[in-house]
Design a protein around this ligand. Structure first.
Ligand code: DUC
Ligand code: ZN
Ligand code: ZN
Length: 469
């Protein structure tokens, strides 16, 4: 071995989306330089015996420091979110630069970038959220931003300040097709939710529990079918994010079986939580309010079916953190008057991977390779970061998580690094835990401690999705 290595990871079991083999890994200049039976002569050596060496997680759906309405503040900035992500075995996160109505998309992206610059512990890449598809946005700003490496964008079918009508959805989809960008869709129907929410309020049913009642599965299923129809009409690939249960999963599977390029994401809340978890909690139920809401045990079962049958391509956290006991968070003054004012979202960037590992791999529902595919490789392919990120191979960034597959842990707020003041998984027991995270060849988290400095993470420019054409 003549090449000078900065780091050698020795004696671990390497797991990729397709393989599992024992090998040493040599790192030089932040990239994987060699994978061999034995690697020696590195400046630093890490003994990985007894551990699994996996690609660092890529969480392609997180919300960080995003504008969230008057008086509401997201609990994480880029420093805390990326530290929390790293402690949870991730080496890259993908938040959303949100266009506020009436604003230039480019100006929103630049302002968002400024919040991240110099703050990130691990690499970051931005999706866009399009809330105002004006002729200037569709004709100039969006195509130019895709060419600049913002190759995916999200649109919403609900929320007063984000919803697009069907005509607008079609117009945005057409730009996605022309630019080969990947469009991500939040599928819940605006009018149906409003109708149900107002009816509940009139009946005095205003506690957080009724959030889920106001957004039943049929609302998500109808919107998913409508979005699929629009995508078929325009002939554009589409990603349906945060799928919560059986009915939407079946719509997506139906579309996929007809050869449509419909991709799907699901999240930890949909395999572990249910709407009934909020029953009897009164305001404390606000801790679990997210959209779409978790459903029931049959839906959890359907999500596993979708995972094992290949309906789902990515497993993301949808980390969207608000403090619970705070007037700028879940318990803001208006939230006490109705579930409608409880900010939607839960923290989860640090717990996504242990939950999937434990519920999936440790319980025998998925293979270790499938875990890697769902947690890293497919995110890189879906969002134009492959072959730089998402696997362990010569030339890839040395983004690696070392896992102890047998370690038992109990998720508790006190061991987490996010800015929220609670976790929805308090007391949840897992088997399998990330014990070290290495981002571009540097150890950034070790045994629950952050050891890297913020500012080393880059904001990445992305290629066109491997799935977009
Ligand atoms: N959609 C998300 O993607 N995240 C949080 C809330 C929401 O509605
Ligand atoms: Zn959403
Ligand atoms: Zn989200």
């Amino acid at each position: 071995m003549t090449q000078k290595l900065d780091l050698a990871i020795r004696g671990g079991l390497v797991v990729t989306a397709s393989d599992m083999f024992r090998a040493d890994i040599g790192v030089s200049d932040g990239r994987i330089a060699v994978i061999a039976g034995s690697v020696e002569g590195a400046a630093r050596e890490i003994d990985a015996s007894g551990l699994w060496v996996m690609p660092g997680g890529i969480d392609s759906h997180v919300h960080i420091a995003q504008a969230s309405g008057p008086g509401i503040v997201m609990a994480d900035d880029f420093a805390s979110a990326t530290a929390s992500a790293a402690a949870g075995g991730n080496t890259c996160v993908m938040p959303f630069a949100l266009q506020e109505r009436g604003s230039s998309l480019r100006a929103c992206v630049e302002a968002y970038r400024a919040k991240a610059e110099g703050e990130c512990l691990i690499d970051t890449a931005f999706h866009l959220i399009i809330s105002d598809p004006s002729p200037a946005v569709l004709g100039q700003e969006l195509p130019a931003l895709v060419k600049d490496g913002y190759t995916s964008f999200k649109v919403f079918m609900t929320y007063d300040d984000l919803v697009l009508n069907d005509r607008q959805l079609l117009e945005v989809f057409e730009v996605a097709r022309e630019e080969r960008a990947l469009v991500m869709v939040h599928c819940e129907g605006y009018d149906t939710i409003k109708f149900l929410a107002e009816r509940l309020e009139r009946a005095g049913k205003t506690e957080p529990y009724y959030h889920a009642v106001s957004r039943p599965e049929i609302v998500e299923r109808e919107a998913a079918h409508r979005a699929i129809s629009h995508a078929q009409l325009v002939d554009v690939p589409m990603m349906i994010v945060h799928v919560s249960g059986r009915e939407t999963m079946e719509q997506i599977r139906w579309a996929q079986q007809r050869g449509l390029k419909i991709y799907a994401e699901t999240c930890p809340q949909y395999i572990t939580l249910t709407a009934d978890d909020l029953k009897g909690l009164n305001m404390e139920g606000a801790k679990y309010v997210c959209s779409p809401p978790p459903r029931d045990h049959d839906s959890q079962q359907a999500i596993w079916e979708g995972i094992t049958q290949g309906v789902f391509h990515t497993f993301s956290s949808d980390h969207c953190p608000f403090r619970y006991d705070s007037p700028d968070g879940k318990l803001n003054p208006k939230a006490r008057t109705s579930f409608r004012w409880v900010p939607n979202g839960i923290p989860g960037v640090e717990t996504r991977l242990p939950i999937l590992f434990s519920e999936g791999v440790s319980k025998g529902r998925i293979t270790p390779q499938k875990f890697v595919e769902l947690s890293a490789t497919n995110h890189a392919k879906m969002y134009g970061l492959y072959p730089r990120k998402g696997s362990i191979g010569v030339g890839f960034d040395a983004d690696i998580a070392l896992w102890d597959p047998n370690r038992r842990e109990t998720i508790r707020q006190e061991i987490l690094h996010h800015g929220a003041d609670y976790t929805p998984w308090e007391g949840f027991e897992v088997v399998g835990w990330p014990v070290m995270t290495i981002a571009r060849g540097r150890v950034v988290a070790e045994n629950g401690k952050i050891v890297g400095e913020k500012g080393r993470g880059e904001i990445l420019r992305r290629d066109i999705s491997s799935y977009a054409s």
